[in-house]
Design a protein around this ligand. Sequence first.
Ligand code: ADP
Ligand code: ZN
Length: 634
Amino acid sequence: MDNNQQKKNQPPNDEKRPKGIWFALIATVAVILIVSSLFSAIKGSQFKNTTYSDFLAAMKADNLAEVEFQYDRVLYLTKEAAALPPSQQKACTTGLPAGDVMRLAEELDTMGVTVNQVVTEDNSMIIMILYYVIMFALLFVFMRSIAKRFSGDGAMGGIGGNKAKVYMEKQTGVTFRDVAGQDEAKESLQEIIDFLHNPKKYTEIGAKLPKGALLVGSPGTGKTLLAKAVAGEADVPFFSISGSDFVEMFVGVGASRVRSLFQQAAKVAPCIVFIDEIDAVGRSRDTKFGSNTEQEQTLNQLLGEIDGFDSSKGIVCLAATNRPEILDKALLRPGRFDRRIIVDRPNLQGRLDTLKVHTRKIRLSEDVDLKKIAQATAGAVGADLANLVNEAALRAVRKGRKAVTQEDLLVSFETVIAGTEKKNTVLTDTEKRLVAYHEVGHALIAALEKDAQPVSKITIVPHTSGALGYTMQMPEEEKYLQTAQELMTELRTLVGGRAAEQIVFGVQTTGAANDIQRATSLARNMVTLYGMSDALGLMAPASVGHEYLEGQAYLECSQETSALVDKEVGRLLGKCYEEAKAVLTANRALLDEISQYLLLKETITGDELMAYIHADKASNTDAPSAETEDFAEE
Ligand code: ADP
Ligand code: ZN
């Protein structure tokens, strides 16, 4: 989710507030009771309690030094007590029958006893009340702030309370226009929007509406954005919470959060409840790793809430995950998240549209060609592209320009994909020569083979990603299918770097590690997934793990087959390596020439490369994707 763009309103948390108030109220009363009883205990101990007749007796005996009347009692100091040093003087106190005050005061006056004060009844009452009210108010405010801290986002974390970051947006302000591509997902969500607009239309017919839909796709593909757009299109409030917020140390907390989330939602229905990363709570319960009571409780509560709410009220629960395969089956049952909406990585058109959406508010200079950027960013998701555009805008500002240029976009593409240019990696001349030959090795194979994707750039400027140089290839058009020939070309291109090192310097360096890894995994896929090996034939001994996390495939086969797979992979790689060496040896002059030029210029474009090749002999080019990174430092 892009937390920065949205303004997050705390939900109308009517549930929590009364709890806090009650706590503060009780605490205040308790404190007042304790304090006042302590106070009166202290006060009481200052005086000696006597009876009224004791007082009258002392008065008759003219044994009074000082008298103070207070509304319903009298304080008096006997002459013996008054004779003591002040620190040891102890006054006596006793109740005072109403009505006696005036008479006594007069009498004492004539006796010449000092009468300190006659406090009238009303006055003392008001002062008392005022005193308590002020005390109460002060304490209450104080206790409230403490109560808030405990149930809010204080360090204690509201145990049992509802601290989960539920965000409600009255209006998301996001519409489908802000979501580029994803047409199929939008279409599936359209019905939900229609339903939220007009629930009656559906309930009148008696149609049961989906309670929830699961948005499935890689991170950054726009699942959150789509959910918000649904709320925006339907003009209903949007509640969002992340599954990981439910998962707490304390058993039962997650469940209570789920409950309160749905309670809040019910109050403002129709609305959208969006649960991001639902796999954090919805992980299958029958895992081998033992059960997790807290997670189980939370999940049960969630299932209960989903079953419980009345969909005709217009609550639609959307959830997002990139690991649908680990979700508990119970979540996917009819009446729950029974709809699965795939949010794919964008294709060429999708990327172009995403770039257009994100450059809507950005001033672009004339030379900007978004199509080229879209072509270069195969595999990038919406979040990457949003990031790229923002980086480019920042770069333009840094350079003091008024508009974003194509160069800004290209440079920030490299920043996002390959890390920022690393100027402080100093290579020795020999290393530089090695890197140059290695890169040209890749580029030359790609340029000379007809099934390869055209080379768009070769560089030996080190990047922070650890690549000491890289060759970037750009497909001319989006490809959904790749032929075995193209994959073989890709393999030869990948091992071309190592082949060049071997031919020219007779050495092998660690710089080819990344190439070799990629070549191996490609060859392995060809053998185990695509059925492209003669030895195994049409058999796929591997299964793909997490489809949406580019998960590794794992083998499901006998040991013999597994050994055969390894042998085939080795054979494929060896074959491609020999072929690559043959191509480069045959074009040795070209290899030297271009490498020298690259050493001189450090970065050359695909056009410059092709100019050399055309000058040398009329060759042709074509096709696979992605840059070929080299010399990873590790
Ligand atoms: P997810 O929830 O799938 O991880 P998000 O919805 O949080 O991804 O996407 C992150 C950001 O990427 C969005 O806020 C948006 O700026 C951008 N983005 C992703 N997909 C798209 C898209 N299809 N169109 C426009 N912007 C997109
Ligand atoms: Zn390489």
